[in-house]
Structures are given as structure tokens and as C-alpha cells.
Design a protein around this ligand. Structure first.
Ligand SMILES: [Zn+2]
Length: 164
């Protein structure tokens, strides 16, 4: 939070590299589940903006929740998007679901910890956030954007058959 979609850039790059071993849909669902807590804090004005959900322990629990809730939801989403080939529906294996959710929640904490001063990613072990400001927010956003573009290009190059 506050801008969940920037997390999709690195997700697209990871998708282009891992292909079928990674579900961008589950990854995206995980980004949404991650930011439900900050969203509630923003709306109600109560609580710690990036609280327990934005720690690596919290992200582990979020990944489990996002995977369990996201597998069938993502399969349904892909069906609506018409991604399924030959009229059959897309199946996302549990292995791919959990991998994608864990990559999703951990990269989310990592990216957010660079730009948000209230994050304590290693809580309860330390309140220190050594990642804060290692790169500027502008650079971080550029990296997220360009990684998405790069991932899109790689994906299209590796899946040339979609042009034929
Ligand atoms: Zn967040």
C-alpha cells in the first residue's frame, strides 16, 4: 500500500521467467490480500498502517490464506478472461498456487519496506528496517514498471505461438 498495482511489474517478469510454474493470477490475488489491512487502516483511520501483515512472518500467513482462497478464484478468473485453451478450463496446481502466493507476499514486503518508514519487516526480532531508502521511491517505481515491460517482452518472445 498505498499503490498495490506497482507490485504487478515484478510479477510479470517472474511470470515470463517461470512460465507455467508461476501463476500471475494467484500472485495478483496475494497483492490484494496483503493490502486489505492497510486499506482498512486508511479507511477507518485506526491501527498501524503497515502492521503485522507487512512483516515476513505476517506475509507467511498471508501467503497461506491467499493460496487457499486464491486457487479456485484464480481458476475462475482465468476462465472469465478466456485464457483456457481448447475450451477446457485452466487448472492451477497446488504447488504452483503456493509458490506464487509466497513469492507474491515476500516480494510485497520487500518492495514496501524500501519505501515505507513504518514497516518493520523482521518484527518481532527487530524493529529495524534496513531496506528503507536503499533506492529512491522514484527508482523503485521505475524498476517495477520496467520489469513489467521487460517481462511482457520476454513472455511474448517465449510464447511466439500466440502470434500464429
Ligand atoms: Zn502493501
Amino acid at each position: 500500500m498505498p499503490f498495490t498495482p506497482i507490485h504487478m511489474g515484478p510479477g510479470i517478469l517472474i511470470k515470463s521467467l517461470l512460465q507455467g510454474a508461476f501463476s500471475l493470477m494467484v500472485f495478483g490475488w496475494t497483492q490484494i490480500v496483503m493490502d486489505i489491512q492497510p486499506l482498512i487502516v486508511l479507511l477507518t483511520g485506526e491501527g498501524h498502517l503497515h502492521g503485522f501483515t507487512h512483516t515476513y512472518i505476517g506475509a507467511t500467513l498471508i501467503a497461506l490464506v491467499a493460496a487457499l482462497s486464491g486457487k479456485y478464484l484464480s481458476e475462475l478468473g482465468l476462465k472469465f478472461l478466456g485464457v483456457a485453451e481448447n475450451g477446457s478450463s485452466v487448472r492451477i496446481s497446488w504447488w504452483v498456487t503456493f509458490t506464487s502466493a509466497f513469492i507474491g507476499s515476500f516480494t510485497h514486503v520487500l518492495l514496501d519496506s524500501i519505501m515505507h518508514g513504518d514497516l518493520a519487516p523482521f518484527y518481532p526480532f527487530t524493529d529495524n528496517n534496513g531496506f528503507l531508502g536503499v533506492i529512491t521511491v522514484a527508482t523503485l517505481h521505475k524498476i517495477c514498471l520496467y520489469s513489467g515491460v521487460l517481462g511482457g517482452v520476454i513472455y511474448l518472445l517465449l510464447n511466439k505461438k500466440m502470434f500464429s
